[in-house]
Design a protein around this ligand. Structure first.
Ligand SMILES: Nc1ncnc2c1ncn2[C@@H]1O[C@H](COP(=O)(O)OP(=O)(O)OP(=O)(O)O)[C@@H](O)[C@H]1O
Length: 703
């Protein structure tokens, strides 16, 4: 389907496009017809048959199981296995060849049946096919690609959007693909473990070659199921924990001129009755510190940079005052229009997070005429457009999809009064920063003087704070709740010295002692996420995984299975490190430590939320993690955690450029940077430069 066809598509009946993911019988009525039907059915059945076969793999990691079983046999990984861990080659080519052999073998099992065998072979087939696709995609015109239903069907079946892991073995085709920069899939080099300091695609607009973009790649057909509409589901929430009241003792610092006083209760905010009702139905009785300070600041029309610990209610801190203003200003009710002009745009770095923010927006705007809409990558572009044209006051979006939709002139920016960057430090780093700069320079976007800009995160490195000046009015206010960039004190942190080859054994030991408690296991790369999840399934530990190479349907299924407890272990890359608010996550295990301390803070913040307690266990490998020793000691100390003597020793003996334990130097922003740079012209004039903005490891497809 060509791009022009979107107009025609949006006039189709909408009902059929709402396709629940795992109910096979409903696929047949899907708007996508055959394409969707076939793809989904095979995936669904694979999951089903695996469930029958072995409960430890239920929940959508079916293909992972087969992947492991077959991948580990007859290839180099089996040798690694016997030594406690596979040895990942430093040589990209060799590594890829190894992978290629493993995957090719699986590919040979493709039989097209909806049986477990189909599930098994599905990945193999996909792998083999992907290898071919790189060259193939380049050779075809976009229109051909779009219009050829056969291609779509095949690509759906084989998931060819994803990086060509096995295809990497096919030198030519892989090279083509890589060189084309074809994907939001995030494949950055011969080996996906390559840490990309620059040239990342993750922020790339889909129109520039992203997954549903205009240049190449198969059309993404996934239509996420609509969220439940009943009031109970909309207002479902978990309980605040025993430490919720301790939030009151956290120190808060507000810097900038003429800050309005904090409020102590929701009543003081003077919100309208409907909002107050929704707040009550959401189970909020008391403000968290970031809400006490941010709500009056936003209500007073001021720009804000707010930094508060993970899980302490930043989302409501910006949503409530924005909705209050929209209600006060009497926005016109949404109605069908080809060009929608939202009053508020909220952006966040990952699809799952923006969806979560949307659900919060929908909850708080329940019963009002404010219509919130969510759009994100990995889903059918036509679906996003259909959502928008029905009316849109608050647009929640990932950057790539947002820029695409703006490019398609479905969104006008003239009415934007509020621009929110959640996980703002991530949104402004060199990954997404250029895209955000494009957004604020788009035709029609009100200047920073004319709009209100709100930046929220748990971490705000100094260099990112300086970049943020470009987005904010000079008199913006800075709210710091507790130590900026500090870890949540409700998370009990343990750091264990575990070498690379002992990690798996240790992980199993810990997971067995944990039992069924919900646990997120973070690893550094997408392929390791697959391997660890596979390995755990083989160990009969119910596990699923989420990372940027999984299709959106699979990502959402994985998250759903983890949320509902079907799979109590979720193996994840950093794509799940930020923002996700999942009830009852009791443990976070850093199988691999991230490359930056900020990422560590976000990861462990998936537990210990909203006054609940949690535990984080991190495997520290002196071979690779020494650079983290100093900031780790600082984070542990600040959060009043035990610091192991061996870690302190490593910290003292390791030189980290720019880090100073007392001030945090470049590693942490301890204060509003305007204090450090008063009188210097750098404030508000800094521009993006890759050398200024070190970026965390990112081999992910973020949006
Ligand atoms: N005042 C409140 N009373 C009760 N629950 C609240 C309150 N504010 C927020 N919550 C709940 O606390 C949880 C965490 O909130 P939220 O996801 O906004 O945290 P966050 O600060 O954005 O975390 P992160 O830094 O990880 O993104 C959510 O389930 C939210 O509904």
């Amino acid at each position: 389907m060509g791009d022009e066809d979107w107009e025609a598509e949006i006039t189709k009946p909408h009902v059929s496009s709402y396709v629940p993911v795992f109910e096979k019988d409903k696929y047949s009525s899907g708007a996508n017809g055959d394409t969707f039907n076939r793809t989904s059915a095979s995936s669904s059945d694979a999951g089903q048959s695996n469930k029958r076969e072995n409960t430890s793999i239920m929940g959508g990691f079916g293909s992972g199981k087969s992947f492991g079983n077959r991948g580990f046999s007859n290839n180099k990984f089996e040798e690694g296995d016997s030594s406690g861990f596979w040895k990942e080659s430093n040589n990209d080519c060799e590594d890829n060849q190894t992978w290629s052999r493993g995957f090719s073998k699986r590919g040979g099992h493709q039989d097209g049946n909806d049986s477990e065998a189909s599930g098994l072979s599905r990945r193999g087939g996909r792998g083999s096919f992907r290898g071919c696709r790189g060259g193939f995609g380049l050779g075809r015109s976009n229109n051909e690609y779009d219009q050829d239903e056969g291609v779509q069907r095949t690509s759906g079946l084989f998931g060819s959007r994803r990086p060509a892991v096995s295809g990497a073995g096919h030198g030519d085709s892989y090279q083509c693909r890589s060189g084309s920069g074809s994907g939001r899939g995030g494949y950055k080099g011969l080996n996906e473990e390559v840490i990309t300091g620059s040239g990342k695609n993750s922020w790339k607009s889909e129109a520039e070659g992203g997954e549903s973009g205009d240049i190449q790649g198969p059309k993404v057909t996934y239509i996420p199921p609509p969220p439940p509409e009943d009031e109970d589901s909309i207002f479902a929430h978990y309980q605040t924990g025993i430490n919720f009241d301790k939030y009151d003792t956290i120190l808060v610092e507000v810097s900038g001129h003429d800050a309005p006083p904090a409020i102590l209760t929701f009543e003081e905010a003077n919100l309208c009755q409907t909002l107050n009702n929704n707040i009550a139905k959401a189970g909020y009785t008391k403000l968290t510190p970031v809400q006490k300070y941010s709500i009056p600041i936003i209500l007073a029309g001021r720009d804000l940079m707010a930094c508060a610990q993970t899980g302490s209610g930043k989302t409501a801190a910006f949503l409530l005052p924005i909705l209050a203003h929209l209600m006060r200003d009497g926005i016109t009710a949404s109605r069908f229009k080809e060009l929608q002009e939202p009053e508020c745009i909220i952006v966040a770095p990952t699809r799952e997070l923006i969806n979560q923010i949307y659900l919060e927006a929908r909850k708080f705007s329940f019963g009002t005429c404010v219509r919130a809409v969510v759009i994100y990558g990995g889903t059918q572009l036509g679906h996003s457009i259909r959502q928008i044209v029905q009316g849109c006051n608050v647009l929640c979006a990932t950057p790539g999809r947002l820029m695409d939709i703006i490019g398609k002139e479905k969104i006008g920016l003239k009415q934007v009064k509020y621009l929110v960057l959640d996980e703002a430090d991530r949104m402004l780093d060199m990954g997404f920063g250029p895209e955000m700069k494009k957004l604020i320079s788009c035709p029609g976007m009100p200047s920073k003087e004319q709009r209100q800009t709100l930046l929220f995160s748990a971490t705000f490195p100094e260099e990112i704070q300086r970049l943020a000046g470009e987005f904010l009015k000079t008199n913006y206010l800075f709210v710091a709740v507790g130590q900026v960039g500090g870890a949540c004190r409700d998370v009990q942190q343990t750091v264990l010295q575990v070498g690379q080859y002992s990690k798996r054994e240790k992980l199993v030991e810990i997971l067995r002692s944990i039992g069924d408690e919900r646990t997120m296991v973070f690893v550094e790369t997408k392929k390791k996420a697959d391997f660890i999840a596979t390995f755990l399934c083989q160990e009969k530990i119910s596990t699923t995984s989420i990372h940027g190479d999984r299709e959106q349907r699979e990502r959402e299924q994985a998250l759903g299975d983890f949320r509902c407890g079907k799979c109590p272990v979720l193996v994840a890359t950093s794509v799940a490190a930020r923002g996700l608010d999942i009830e009852n996550v009791q443990h976070v295990i850093n199988f691999d430590l991230p490359s930056t301390i900020d990422e560590y803070v976000h990861r462990i913040g998936r537990t210990g939320r909203c006054g609940n307690t949690g535990r984080a266990i991190s495997f520290f490998d002196p071979e690779s993690d020494n650079h983290l020793a100093q900031p780790l000691v600082k984070v542990l100390t600040d959060a009043q955690q035990d610091v192991p003597a061996w870690l302190e020793e490593i910290a003292f003996s390791t030189y980290v450029p720019g880090f100073s334990g007392s001030t945090r130097g470049n590693v942490f922003a301890s204060v509003d940077t305007r204090k450090n740079f008063q009188g210097k012209s750098t404030l508000n004039t800094a521009s993006f430069s890759s050398s200024q903005t070190p970026n965390p490891v990112d081999d992910e497809s973020w949006d």
